[in-house]
Ligand binder design. Structure first.
Ligand code: NAD
Length: 495
């Protein structure tokens, strides 16, 4: 541990979490000596090494999940009993929220205020799905001319849940809570940069007392993930990550028509109408333009500004952005920490160079953050003079980089917002809520907020176009972990 990194892996994590994998209801010995390296984004030093799962570990996890699904009690457990188990997991998570927040900061430099604020959402998914299913029978009945039909929603089966490093806990629990609520069994593969969140979650599941094999964790990289998605015993892959990997996974799964849902990248637009109150926009939306150094899929990275208010807006926004403290993410007043990895740092810097070469004007930043010789610190960067056809307006940067694009009224703003291969999130800001809603209805993305940005476990989240397939959260998120069966019953069975 260095002075800049404040997490003590040996002391804060149990031996099981540091050295084993949770497979078939026990902490299993890794099958090889391969390791994952956790590198500090603050100091660039290797902080800790944990075992990396191999194909053999994956095989054991998949067999356990298959057997738990086919022969175990979980899929047939009454929804009310599954709900009780979900609540026990939520309760275990709530005991560990400070630890979850700390591992997020330690692994990828999420600023501590941000990590503390959003880990609670992860537990909320379990409580939400517990409430949703506790009264549900997963069945309905329809009368038809020849009799009646029972329509039954059954669990889809064994699910591989694959998540990225940026919000590793919340993204996993969105999937896991819905999968368990549906009666599925699970093999979770966290990303190699952030194995710990799933390890702590496994401890919660173990304490909550689920049947063996219902939840299994194999922390590993891309190659082992690829092995996992190819296993015929996996019925469904639920993936969150880059659009490139999502397309590949969809192709692999299409071979055996395994079910797939994909939560992918975004290039979301924040539309500002000409009547907007800029102070209110700065307070309610600006924090979501580069949250966690812009490494959140719903970051509002294209800001569409009324041309005639361009200067006024740029002044207000850059002043607000300059006030955000860039620094060590463990310090409570740091708003922008480092980006997560060396790769991410290079990628963001490359996009900044391309933007400059293509003629975008650097209003703020555009370089390494000053005063940070080490670590993956990118200065908060704002470009204007950006056109929709520029790389910086089209590609997901996943860094603290925002493009300002002028618009000439509502129709033009809608046109620009829709001029994207992505369709994940968006915001509209206006003093006239009905006008803002009309604009929101015309933007082809999965989620929009008028005059702010919100997320709630009861509301579906997901993308249009290349931002994904399927939804997470809400009843829609539960539905993606079910198959629908219809049983026609004869007329004389009518009571
Ligand atoms: P990534 O696609 O490189 O990796 C994501 C996960 O998939 C990792 O666990 C990785 O090991 C695994 N993986 C990669 N290739 C695989 C393969 N062929 N088979 C199986 N597993 C594979 O993405 P990343 O760089 O870790 O994450 C950033 C991306 O995630 C961004 O594009 C971001 O927009 C996206 N994201 C989307 C959402 C959403 O809800 N839509 C949320 C968060 C992040």
């Amino acid at each position: 541990m260095t002075a800049t990194d404040q997490f003590n892996f040996e002391r804060e994590l149990s031996e099981n979490l540091r050295t084993r994998f949770y497979i078939n209801g026990e902490w299993a010995q890794p099958k090889s000596a391969q390791e994952l390296e956790l590198v500090s984004p603050i100091s660039e030093e290797v902080l800790f090494r944990l075992p990396a799962a191999t194909a053999e570990d994956v095989d054991a996890a998949v067999r356990a999940a298959r057997s738990a699904f086919d022969s175990g009690p979980w899929a047939a457990t009454a929804p009310s009993a599954r709900a009780a188990a979900l609540r026990r997991i939520a309760a275990e998570m709530k005991k560990r929220l400070p630890l979850f927040a700390r591992v997020w900061t330690a692994q990828v430099g999420a600023p501590s205020w941000f990590a503390e604020r959003f880990t609670g959402l992860a537990a909320a998914y379990f409580d939400y799905y517990a409430d949703l299913i506790s009264e549900s029978t997963f069945e309905s009945e329809r009368a038809i001319s020849t009799g009646r039909v029972k329509v039954i929603r059954e669990p889809v089966g064994v699910c591989a849940l694959i998540v990225p490093w940026n919000a590793p806990l919340v993204l996993l629990t969105q999937k896991l809570a819905a999968a368990l609520a549906a009666g599925c069994t699970v093999v979770a593969k966290p990303s190699p940069e952030t194995p710990l969140d799933a390890q702590v979650l496994a401890e919660c599941v173990a304490h909550a007392g689920l049947p063996d094999g219902v939840f299994n964790v194999v922390p590993a990289g891309r190659e082992v993930g690829d092995w996992l998605i190819r296993q015929p015993m996996i019925d469904k892959v639920s993936f969150t990550g880059s659009t490139a990997a999502g397309k590949h996974i969809a192709q692999v799964c299409s071979d055996r028509l395994a079910r797939v849902s994909l939560e992918l990248g975004g290039k979301s637009a924040a539309v500002i109408c000409d009547d907007a109150d800029l102070d209110a926009w700065i307070a309610n939306v600006a924090p979501f333009t580069m949250p966690f150094s812009g490494q959140i899929c719903f970051s509002q990275t294209r800001i569409l500004v009324p041309r005639k208010r361009h200067d006024e807006f740029v002044d207000a926004y850059t002043t607000a952005t300059q006030r955000m403290k860039v620094g060590n993410p463990w310090e409570p007043d740091t708003i922008i920490g480092p980006v997560a990895t060396a790769n991410q740092y290079r990628r963001v810097m490359d996009f900044i160079d391309i933007a400059k070469r293509e003629g975008a004007n650097t209003v703020l930043g555009g370089a390494r953050a000053s005063g940070h010789e080490r670590g993956y610190f990118v200065a908060p960067t704002v470009f204007d003079n950006v056109r929709s056809d520029m790389t910086i307006a089209r590609e997901e940067v996943f860094g603290p980089v925002v493009s300002i694009i002028d618009h000439d009224g509502d129709d033009d703003a809608v046109r620009i917002a829709n001029d994207s291969n992505y369709g994940l999130s968006g915001t509209v800001f206006s003093n006239d809520v009905e006008r803002a809603e009309r604009i929101a209805r015309r933007i082809r993305t999965g989620n929009l907020t008028v005059n702010g940005l919100q997320l709630d476990p009861s509301v579906p989240f997901g993308g249009y176009k290349q931002s994904g397939v399927g939804r997470e959260g809400g009843p829609e998120g539960l539905a993606t972990f079910t198959e629908t069966k219809a049983i026609y019953l004869p007329a004389d069975s009518l009571k």
